[in-house]
Design a protein around this ligand. Sequence first.
Ligand SMILES: [Zn+2]
Length: 493
Amino acid sequence: MPLHNDQHIKIYNTLSGKKEDFKPINNGHIGMYVCGPTVYSHVHLGNVRTFMSFDIVFRYLKHLGYKVRYVRNITDAGHLENDADVGEDKISKKARLEELEPMEVVQRYTVDFHNVLNTFNFLPPSIEPTATGHIIEQIELIETIIKNGFAYQVNGSVYFDVHKFNETKDYGILSKRKLEDLIHNTRELDGQSDKKNPQDFALWKKAEPQHIMKWPSPWGDGFPGWHLECTAMSTKYLGDQFDIHGGGMDLKFPHHECEIAQNEASKGKAPVNYWMHANMLQLNGQRMSKSTGNTVNPAELLSGNNNFFSKAYAPSVIRFFIAQSSYRSVLDLTDAGLLASEKGFYRLMDAVSKLEKLPSGSTSTIDVQVWKQSCYDAMNDDFNSPILIAHLFEAVKYIHQIKEGQETLTDKDLNVFKTTIKAFVFDVLGLETITKTEGGNDKLSGAVELLIKLRQEARANKDFALSDQIRDELAAMGIVLKDSREGTTFSLN
Ligand SMILES: [Zn+2]
C-alpha cells in the first residue's frame, strides 16, 4: 500500500490564502508544473532556492508513492525585458550583444542551468518542454481565445482583452488585485502601444524586420507572449486542469494571473487547484540585485570566490541551509547562517554515518513510531522542512544515546529508525554525504594527519594557542577537525 494512503498533506494555496487539505484530481497521481528559467544568463541563486523548494516537494510526493508528472519548462523565446510588453526579447538581446545565434545563447545557459542543478543534486523533472518547441500549440490557443471573444488583433499582434474578461470572470483572483486599482495605477503608454487598455497583455507580438526569433502565424510573422507558453505546455502535458502549479513569488503577478485568465478564456476553467509560491532569497538582509552589487551567483558561493563569505560552501551545506527555512519565508543568506548550517549539516551526517553500527537491544526505550510520524507530520504540514530537520536532530540525540547504551531499540524498531532517517535525509531532503577523503587525495590526508599529530603534541604540552591555531587555519582552508574520544578525524568542506 503506498504511503500516501496514511499521510494527509496540507498545502498553503495562494489562491485561498489558506492551508488546504490536498486532494489530487486522480487518486495516486499528481500533475505539477513549475515555471522554469529564461535561459539568457546564468541561473540566479534566488532561482536555485525556488527550484530547490519544488525539488523537495517533488521528492516528498514521490517518497509517499505518488506517481508524479513534474513539468518544468525552459523559456527560450518570448520573455520581454518589461512586463508591459515592451522592450526586447531577453534572449534576442543577449544574442545581439554577443553576436551569437539565439539558439547558441539558449544552449549555453540551458547547459549551465542543468549543471548548477546537478551540482545541488536536483532530481530532473519528468518533462522539460521549451517555448520554441510549442509554437503551434500556442497559436492554436490564441485562435481559441480570439474565437471566444477574449482577445483582439491589431497590426499583426494579438492582445488579451483583460477588461472584457473581467466582465464575467475575475482578473486578479490570484494576486488579490482589483482591475479598478490596476487601471488607477498603470501609466499610460504614451500612445506607443496598440493595446485597447494598458492592462491587456500580449498573446502574440508582431516581429519587427530586425527581430531574429520569429515564426509565421495567421497574424503574420511574430513570436508568442511569455505568459502563453506556460498555459500551452502545462495543459498539453497535465490536462486542462491539474493539481499543483509552482513558481517564485515574483511570478504571481502578472505571469500566473495571466495564466489563469488564458486558461479560463480558452478552456472555460481554472487551470490549477493548488498554487504554491516560493519566497525570496536575500543577501545580508537586502534584496539581491546586480545593479547594487549585492549579489552572488551559485558558482561564486561554491568556490568561495566572492566578497560576502568567509569560505567556500559545499552544495549539500547550501541545500541544508535552504531546507532549514520554510519555502514561504524570506530567506536571508549570510555567512553566519551558512556557518551554522554547515556545523549542523556535519553533525547530522556524522550521526547518520554511525547508524549501521548501532547495536540492537531486547526492548525499545524510544517510541520510534511516534518519532517517525512526527517527521511525516512536519512534511505533511505544507512541506515544513525546518520542522522535519528539528526531528532529525532529535534522532541525532537518540543515535548518540543508543551508541552509549543509554537507550535501546529492538532489531525491528532499529530498522524502522534507520530506514526513516535515510529516507528523509537522502531521498526527501536530497542531501549527499561528503566523505572525509573526497577526491581521494592521499597526500592531503597524510599532511593533515601530520598536523593533527603536531596539534596533539601541542595540547599535551599545554600549548593551546598553537593547537587552536592549527585547528583554525585548517578550518579556514575548509578542513574541519573533529575531536572525539577515539581521537581526531577531519573532513573536507
Ligand atoms: Zn510560467
